[in-house]
Ligand binder design. Structure first.
Ligand SMILES: Nc1nc2c(CCNCC3CCCC3)c3[nH]c(NCCc4ccccc4)nc3cc2c(=O)[nH]1
Ligand SMILES: [Zn+2]
Length: 375
């Protein structure tokens, strides 16, 4: 890989295994550790791009699977790419589609070539291969492209996990071959191997041999539980090159994120803050709230006294409770906005703590707050 193409990663500070850094892409810089809101089909549900930016997010996630089915990647490309299409000027990372095919589509069939499946929208037949996934992510103009992989289901027998990982590594090589290197545009590999240390090691070695701008840890947050996930991180992260970003896919709760940052993860994505916002679940430093619960109907306090988001500055728990009871659109909008602000303030606190060499204190205070529970 010649030096002037790809995304760049700079390390600014470390505290134990935790890292504070920056990823530089064609559409801007990402401060890490970073949380990336999910904008699956070209929108962070219910929010305007400027609202997402105001929450502190610098990078969004899009998705090959959804956008290839509707409106079609070539169409997005003809309309100027995903940044133009959704009016998001900052960096965009797109997942490669394999995970979503296996979790969303019907009648899918996996072969060495790739995955054939029927659209969950209209039943039309589609094929997704490493080469097609790279082409789609190129049309979308993603700053960070994910290699086409298979997320090994959990649980899996050792032979199943081994052959799945080996296929993903062959697909990683085909992804690299098909990816078009450009300055500011990166390709990330995805480590598989389920919960087995030797398979994870072989996967890391294969990816390093191919060479990527960043390394994602895949195949986790698939039902293995937090303890097992953290054990896999404990033996996988030390094998990854320190000079590239590490991205833990699909994670997670605030506690998951804190524990993974302590182990050396730089980037996260999860549907939790946005999905919870739509299901009346609010995140605060002292735990979560179910805003449909009648106990909020006379509570004039904001969701979180320390939060500066529009929901906390202008509204009460009673009002948000009312909006959900009345099925008003503004309910999910305000709560999604707040949850994203909370997640971004957690990331900002983690970045600052690592800079100050005070991560242990930050984690201690985080745990004490969570233990208080919400009054
Ligand atoms: N390529 C690839 N993607 C993975 C993903 C998708 C990450 N978000 C993609 C966005 C792009 C658009 C949509 C999402 C994962 N998500 C999860 N867990 C989510 C668990 C979860 C589910 C629901 C609620 C909360 C947590 N594990 C994942 C593993 C992999 C993986 O190995 N390979
Ligand atoms: Zn708020």
């Amino acid at each position: 890989m010649n030096k002037d193409t790809g995304t760049k990663f700079s390390l600014h500070a470390q505290d134990g295994l935790a890292r504070r850094g920056q990823v530089t892409t064609a559409h801007g810089v990402i401060d890490t550790p970073a949380f990336m809101p999910v904008g699956t089909v070209g929108s962070v549900k219910g929010l305007l791009p400027e609202q997402v930016a105001a929450s502190g997010a610098q990078i969004l996630l899009g998705n090959t699977y959804h956008l290839m089915l509707r409106p079609g990647a070539e169409r997005v490309g003809r309309l100027g790419g995903l940044h133009r299409f959704m009016n998001w000027p900052g960096p965009i990372l797109t997942d490669s589609g394999g995970f979503q095919v296996m979790s969303l589509s019907a009648l899918r069939k996996m072969t060495e070539e790739g995955v054939t499946f029927r659209s969950h929208l209209d039943g039309s037949k589609h094929l997704l291969t490493p080469e097609l996934s790279m082409e789609i992510q190129h049309h979308l103009d993603a700053d960070i492209t994910m290699a086409f992989d298979e997320c090994t289901p959990f649980p899996a027998t050792y032979p199943e996990a081994e052959s799945s990982m080996e296929r993903s590594m062959r697909w990683a090589s085909r992804s690299k071959q098909a990816f078009q290197p450009r300055p500011g545009y990166g390709l990330f590999g995805i480590v598989q191997g389920s919960v087995h240390e030797d398979l994870r090691r072989r996967s890391v070695e294969a990816l390093i041999d191919i060479g990527f701008d960043g390394y994602a840890v895949g195949g986790l947050a698939v039902g293995e539980g937090q303890e097992t996930m953290l054990q896999v991180l404990d033996f996988t992260l030390p094998l990854l090159p320190a000079e590239h970003p590490r991205y833990l896919m699909g994670v997670g709760t605030p506690e998951d994120i804190v524990k993974a940052v302590q182990r050396g993860i730089d980037m996260f994505d999860c549907v939790i803050p946005t999905r919870a916002g739509r299901t009346a679940r609010g995140y605060t430093p002292r735990g979560t709230l179910n805003l449909r619960n009648a106990r909020h109907q006379e509570d004039s306090r904001p969701l979180d006294e320390a939060c500066s988001c529009p929901a906390c500055i202008g509204h009460s728990r009673a009002y948000i409770h009312h909006l959900f009871r009345a099925e008003e659109m503004l309910g999910p909008i305000l709560l999604t906005l707040h949850n994203l602000h909370y997640y971004q303030s957690l990331m900002s606190g983690l970045r600052q703590a690592i800079e100050e060499g005070a991560l242990d204190h930050f984690v201690q205070a985080f745990r004490e707050q969570q233990a208080l529970g919400d009054i």
